[in-house]
Design a protein around this ligand. Structure first.
Ligand code: FEO
Length: 396
């Protein structure tokens, strides 16, 4: 969008859409793009909340200049220093050299390290405010949602929570910026994928932040990514509450790594058994041909996961190992887990997944199945049994 959008009489969305970056953080596919949301408040004093990725400077600054005209920019509030939001700080400061950059003690190190900025700062602590005239901006420190310096900014007049990455989503804004302008279903899976890929590791800190914010009256949630929630802010707050407390929906993800097709045969048999036993949401992934981003997201979404691997050089098949490592890093808990696999001359695949199971808070279901060479009738029956046990657990 090449023009600003009014959130209300005094607040403007001045963000940008990124449809050019293929992989966010050089890891996560952006098939629907992403927005970098920034907001401009025009009161007796003016404040810009967060910036955008530096590639988008020209269209970004044009929107700000169009709104401010001859007015100066008094404050630039930095809720989060990851470069998708801090990237344009230096350019904004050059355009408005008198502005004060507002951050907390932990912001300072990032500002100096990334952008060599150490002057013109206003350091705030939890609960501090700055006065813009008809409203105050109140700062709530929410460390590790997603980096140590992350904080949120609350507008006391219009009750807007500028939340940084929290309550964000992948997916560019396709014309509609506000939840009342769009079919929000479009974003549901991208909210889960964004949360599980980017913020999920810090679930405990998200829960702390939600607790801390619970006394605030919030009428608008304005995140740095995805839609602005002004009609139904509870929707996204509740969504994040469920995701960060690791609640899940009925459904099972079956992931397999298979070199010669034998582990794949077992995966197909298990998936069929799950479906036959009443589970409608069954997602099967070939780990070698699927991106971790989507597998992590669906495993976050559903209650059950069944992981299979062939043995590769006496270990877990590398694409499956990569997924296990990503799950362990995120400390996802409270899922039912099934394990299966095959080998030709040495084990290693199933053994490695068992090790993952021992170190993570997943409930392991029986039977664990390992076939030598190819599955025989006995192994297939065990696949049926595992699928049935999983379905029964999900439906309990
Ligand atoms: Fe959207 Fe943690 O940056």
């Amino acid at each position: 969008m090449n023009r600003s959008v009014k959130l209300n009489d005094d607040i403007y969305w001045v963000g940008v859409n990124d449809r050019e970056t293929d992989i966010f953080e050089a890891l996560w596919p952006l098939e629907k793009g992403i927005s970098y949301n920034s907001y401009l408040i025009v009161d007796e004093k003016t404040a810009l909340i967060d910036t955008v990725k530096s590639n988008f400077h020209d269209s970004y600054i044009a929107k700000i200049e169009d709104i401010l005209g001859d007015k100066k920019l008094d404050y630039l509030v930095i809720n989060h220093m990851e470069p998708d939001h801090s990237g344009d700080i230096k350019a904004i400061k050059e355009r408005y050299p008198e502005l004060k950059i507002v951050g907390n003690k932990k912001t300072v190190d990032f500002l100096e390290g990334f952008y060599n900025i150490s002057e013109g700062l206003e350091i705030v602590g939890n609960g501090d405010t700055i006065d813009l005239g008809n409203r105050k901006l109140e700062f709530h420190l929410t460390p590790m949602v997603h980096w140590p310096e992350t904080m949120m900014t609350y507008d006391t007049k219009d009750k807007v929570l500028f939340s940084g990455d929290a309550f964000g989503s992948f997916g560019a804004l396709n014309g509609g910026v506000f939840d009342d302008e769009i079919d929000t279903d479009y974003y549901d899976d991208e909210i889960i994928r964004y949360f599980s890929n980017i913020v999920g590791k810090y679930s405990r800190m998200v829960q702390k932040a939600l607790d801390k914010l619970s006394d605030l009256s919030i009428e608008v949630v304005a995140s740095t990514h995805g839609p602005v929630w002004r009609e139904n802010p509870e929707y996204i707050i509740d969504f994040y509450d469920r995701l960060s407390s690791h609640q899940a929906e009925d459904g099972v993800v079956v992931v397999y790594g298979s070199m010669y097709g034998n582990t794949k045969l077992m995966a197909e048999r298990i998936a069929r058994s799950i479906a036959e036993n009443g589970i409608k949401n069954v997602v099967v992934y070939d780990a070698a041909r699927s991106d971790n981003s989507y597998m992590i997201s669906d495993i976050w979404k559903y209650k059950g996961v069944i992981i299979g691997s062939c043995a590769y050089n006496t270990k877990v098949f590398p694409p499956v190992e990569s997924l296990l490592s990503a799950l362990a890093n995120r400390k996802l808990s409270d899922r039912y887990l099934g394990i299966f696999g095959s080998y030709s001359w040495s084990g290693g695949g199933v053994k490695g997944i068992k090790k993952f199971s021992n170190n993570n808070k997943f409930e392991l279901l029986k039977p664990v199945i390992e076939a030598k060479h190819s599955p025989d009738d006995d192994k297939y029956q065990k696949c049926d049994e595992l699928g049935k046990n999983m379905a029964e657990k999900i439906l309990e």
